[in-house]
Structures are given as C-alpha cells and as structure tokens.
Write a protein that binds this ligand. Structure first.
Ligand code: C5P
Length: 398
C-alpha cells in the first residue's frame, strides 16, 4: 500500500494534454497521506481547471508570481520551502527547456529555482519532440543537476503517433514519488567504479592513451550515490567534475588503477569496470624526453594487467560488472568477455558511437540472457544499469 504520510508535495502542472491525469494523481497523493499544493502554468489551465485542482488538493492553486492575494496566503518562497518534493507533471518540452536554462519568469520556474527539495520531472510530449537532440540535451542537463526524471513511457500518443513520450500513469508516478522517500535501492552498499582512460608513459612528456571521456563512469557514480550507495571512483585523467558524494581517486596508468581498485574493494559489494584501460604499455619508460634522431623508431609494448579479471579472480565475492566497447559483433564479443573475465553482468556497446558522446545504447548480458537497453543519455542509462545491478544483488542475497 502506497504511503506518503505527512509528505508535502508541490505539484507543478504545465500545458500538455496529460494534465488531465493530475486530478487522479492528486487523489492518489492525498489518499496516501500526502498534503498537496498545486502550481500551474497559464497553458496548463487550458487542459485542466484550477478549480478542479483546488477541490482535489484542498488548497488554493498558485497561478501567478505577482498575485498579491495568493502571496499573502503563502508566498512563493514560502511555498518553495514548504515542499518535501516538487513534481512537475506533465513537463512539456518547452518547460523542460526553460528549467534547464534556469529561467524564473513565472510561478513554476521560480518555485523550481527557489526550492531546496528534490525535484522530479515527468516528461510528456510527442515522440519526435522527445527524441529531438535539444530536448535530450535539456533532460541530460536536468539529470546532471540531480533532478529525478520519471519516464516517459512508450505507447500511443494523443496526436496519433506511437513512441516514447507518454507521461507515466498516475499510479506509476505516485509510486516513483514514494520511492524517493524510502532508502535508495543501493542503500548500505559500497560500489567501486573504474572510469576514463589510462595513460601509459613513453617518456616524461609522452604517453599512449585512448578517447574515453569518462562520462559513463561519472554518470554511474553520480546515480549510485543518488540510489544510496557509498561510491569510490578510481578515475583516469578526464575533464569532468567529481559528482557530489563520490570519493574520487585519480590515477594515470593501468598499474596505478589496479592498485587503487585493489585497495578499495575489500569491503565493497559491487565492482564496475567502466575504464578503457590500455591493454599494453611501453616496456621501458625513458627517463628523459626521447630525441628525434633516427628515421624510424620501435616501441616495445608489454601486456597490462586486466584489472577487472584480477579483481574477479581474487575471490572477493563481489558482484562483478563489466563493459565491452566493440566495433563489431557487439553482443557476441560481449558474451565472450562475460565468460572469459568471470563477470556477473556486462554492458556491451558500439565503441565509436559512444566515446565522448552524452548518449549510449547498450545490451545487458548475463547468464540469464540479453536485454537491449534503447539509446538514452548516460545519466538515464546509468539509472537503468543500476536497477539491473540492484536486482542482481537482491537475488544473490535471497
Ligand atoms: O578492453 P576490454 O574490452 O577487454 O574491456 C572489457 C572490460 O574489462 C571493461 O569493463 C574494462 O573496464 C575492463 N578492463 C580492465 N582492465 C584491462 C582491460 C579491460 O579492467 N586491462
């Protein structure tokens, strides 16, 4: 039974056809024990009346930033402080764009900026608008700011299209909101993640490396913290900020990465190898900068340790999760790596499309089978991946 006892939910409604579902949503919230206050954009009032929302929430609806009567009852800053959760449902493409820009030119955008409460967003729009790269970039920006993105779902749309863009159903949204008040699915778990490239020195100024941006590992680290985990991120050199709550250990070479990983997995539950580790390193590192003399030069390379295999082989009992960035036979090669490296779960993807991109499309491979995870920005994908990881941890413990 859904419980939101004494939770204060500020429901922000924007102008999409799914706004009519907010009546049912509010009913579910209040039935679960929540107190609901509603703020609407002008466009939202074209789809559902403020009077309906007032009757169902039992509170006056906020429509204008500069409404002296409403401000006298509860000012917008007070309202922003009052909320335990702000839910924007439905969130139109336009409203998502305005939020992502940090605008504050109406009551709802202002509340979003002013609140310290978690913010959840339930996108609802035409499938092409959802798929548009501008919308995706805006959603990714919100996810990066730790907004919770609920949905959208796939299916028939009011405009007749079929695809991703439907707002989640009221019961799904109410459950997702309740989930934010319960400990995360990874609460009490420790996760060690490797990310980014490694650099293998040739001499004091040169190295061998690769194009890995570290974005996937950093998204996983940020989302794992959101899900309640303690996260250690062993990171190769990348140009990314450390996500809040993550312990980051900077390393350069594969040998350093292995050592840092080994030092930190002792009390961990999960190891996720996202790093694009250089497979080979120069056998000798020149002490001084190598001079340009001969017409040709040969660099002798030796194998680097396979970090994830070493951790898996150490018998630590960790849940082992790997990645496989392939340029051909993605799933077949991924399955081979799962077996060879002794992993519990592996995410296989096409390599060249992924490096430095904000988006990724993967196939999750485990002993139980394969599951294609459709293209999404790396933060949303990270959440999906962590759900699969949490489910695996659960079945292990039962
Ligand atoms: O490079 P490869 O395709 O074998 O990488 C597959 C998985 O193994 C990835 O999870 C990667 O982080 C990990 N790996 C590693 N150490 C290496 C090479 C790869 O941990 N030396």
């Amino acid at each position: 039974m859904l419980s939101l006892t004494n939770k204060r939910i500020l429901l922000g409604i924007t102008g999409g056809i799914a706004a009519y579902k907010c009546a049912e949503l509010t009913r579910l919230f209040t039935k679960a024990g929540a107190e609901v206050r509603v703020a609407m954009t002008r466009a939202a009032t074209e789809f559902i009346t403020p009077l309906t929302m007032q009757a169902l929430s039992g509170n006056r609806v906020h429509l204008d930033l500069l409404d002296s009567e409403a401000e006298a009852a509860m000012g917008h800053i007070e309202l922003a402080r009052w909320a335990d959760l702000v839910l924007i449902a439905p969130a139109t493409a336009d409203f998502i764009a305005r939020m992502s820009q940090g605008q504050a030119d109406d009551i709802l955008t202002t509340l979003v900026l002013a609140t310290a409460a978690p913010i959840a967003v339930a996108p609802a729009m035409n499938q092409a608008m959802w798929g548009d790269s501008g919308t995706q970039a805006n959603v990714a920006a919100l996810a990066q700011r730790n907004y919770h993105i609920f949905g959208p779902a796939e299916g028939e749309q009011a405009c007749g299209d079929v695809g991703l863009g439907r707002m989640l159903e009221p019961d799904e949204l109410a459950n997702a909101c309740a989930g934010l008040f319960t400990p995360g699915q990874l609460a009490g778990r420790k996760i060690v993640i490797t990310g980014g490239p490694t650099r293998e020195a040739i001499d004091p100024v040169r190295f061998i490396s690769n194009h890995s941006s570290g974005k996937m590992a950093y998204a996983l680290a940020a989302e794992a913290v959101q899900a309640g985990a303690q996260v250690v991120l062993v990171s190769g050199p990348v140009h990314l900020d450390t996500p809040e709550g993550v312990t980051r250990l900077d390393v350069e070479s594969a040998a350093e990465m292995l050592q840092a990983a080994q030092h930190n997995v002792g009390d961990a539950d999960v190891f996720i190898g996202v790093a694009a580790v250089a497979d080979y390193r120069p056998e000798l590192v020149a002490k001084e900068k190598i001079k340009k003399q001969a017409d040709e030069m040969q660099l002798r390379l030796v194998r680097n340790p396979d970090i994830i295999s070493e951790i898996a082989a150490s018998g630590s009992g960790l849940l082992m999760v790997g990645f496989a960035a392939e340029t051909e036979n993605v799933v077949h090669n991924g399955r081979e790596k799962l077996a060879k490296k002794n992993l519990d779960l592996l995410f296989a993807n096409e390599a060249t499309a992924t490096f430095n991109s904000d988006h990724i499309e993967v196939t999750a491979i485990s002993a139980e089978g394969e599951q294609a995870l459709p293209a999404a920005n790396k933060h949303l994908m990270a959440r999906k991946m962590l759900e699969l990881i949490a489910a695996k941890l659960k079945t292990r413990n039962t």
